[in-house]
Design a protein around this ligand. Structure first.
Ligand code: MLT
Length: 255
């Protein structure tokens, strides 16, 4: 598993969303390295091209993340994830609770897909394989970042569209199929023993803040930060607000 890392201290492992790669986390690799060892992996098949099975479940990705931690000699980490990365982070929390120091769940939800969403996943998988990623990237872009973010950072749209367009169709199809069959993690939220920071964006229409808030309410030590004016990529759209929230959370974990 390829990854990039920066800094020393408490391990903060950040898992990208769909269809992204580790470069999603550049503002955190740059902006949080003084308080954490920031580690941003590429999920299997994303970023560098490599073979992927037909379906990658969220548990499969979580197992890859755990193996990577073992290889790096990291026994416990704060696991963060955005959107699909959050689904993977919840799978990690369910399967390896002993390896968790805390969770940062960004623009994500605990519930599984309904039938309509599931059909959409299979359609996306097929479209990626039949037509490549350009059309999918173009279609998803308006849901990823808000108009306000686009105006404030004119280069951001192009960078995000390019990141999505360069992903391998096989990796995208495997991830879409895996998301379609992911379980409802709501029942395990009450078993999470570590502190959890939930981050959302007020303009996120893909996963509205209400869904993230509902998830946080079921976690014993869960706090929510909704960043104003940002959509689905809160960490890229407003890195200052995002990093400030994570920094405060890490300082609390460091006691
Ligand atoms: C993501 O950003 O990872 C996706 O939008 C997640 C999803 O489609 O559920």
């Amino acid at each position: 598993m390829h990854h990039e890392e920066n800094g020393h201290g408490i391990p903060l492992l950040l898992i990208h969303g769909f269809p992204h790669d580790h470069t999603l986390w550049e503002p955190q690799l740059e902006g949080l390295h003084d308080v954490a060892r920031v580690i941003a992996p590429d999920l299997r098949g994303f970023g560098l091209v490599e073979d992927v099975p037909h379906t990658m479940t969220m548990d499969d990705y979580a197992a890859d993340v755990k193996s990577q931690m073992d290889r790096l000699g990291i026994a416990k980490a704060v696991i963060g994830g955005l959107s699909m990365g959050g689904y993977v982070a919840l799978a990690f929390a369910a399967n390896y609770p002993e390896a968790l120091l805390g969770l940062v769940l960004c623009n994500t939800r605990a519930v599984s897909d309904n039938e309509q969403a599931r059909e959409g996943r299979y359609a996306t998988a097929q479209k990626a394989l039949d037509e490549g990623m350009a059309g999918i990237a173009e279609g998803m872009l308006p849901k990823m970042i808000s108009e306000r973010s686009e105006l404030a950072h004119p280069d951001l749209s192009m960078a995000v569209e390019n990141m999505m367009a360069r992903q391998s169709p096989e990796a995208v199809a495997a991830a879409a199929r895996g998301m379609a069959i992911r379980p409802d993690r709501t029942p395990m939220l009450g078993t999470i023993k570590v502190p959890v920071l939930v981050i959302s964006g007020s303009a996120d229409t893909l996963i509205p803040p209400a869904e993230s808030e509902a998830m946080a309410e079921k976690i014993a030590d869960g706090e929510v930060v909704v960043i104003p004016g940002v959509a689905h990529l809160s960490n890229l759209e407003d890195p200052e607000a995002f990093n400030a929230a994570v920094r405060k959370f890490l300082q609390r974990l460091n006691g």
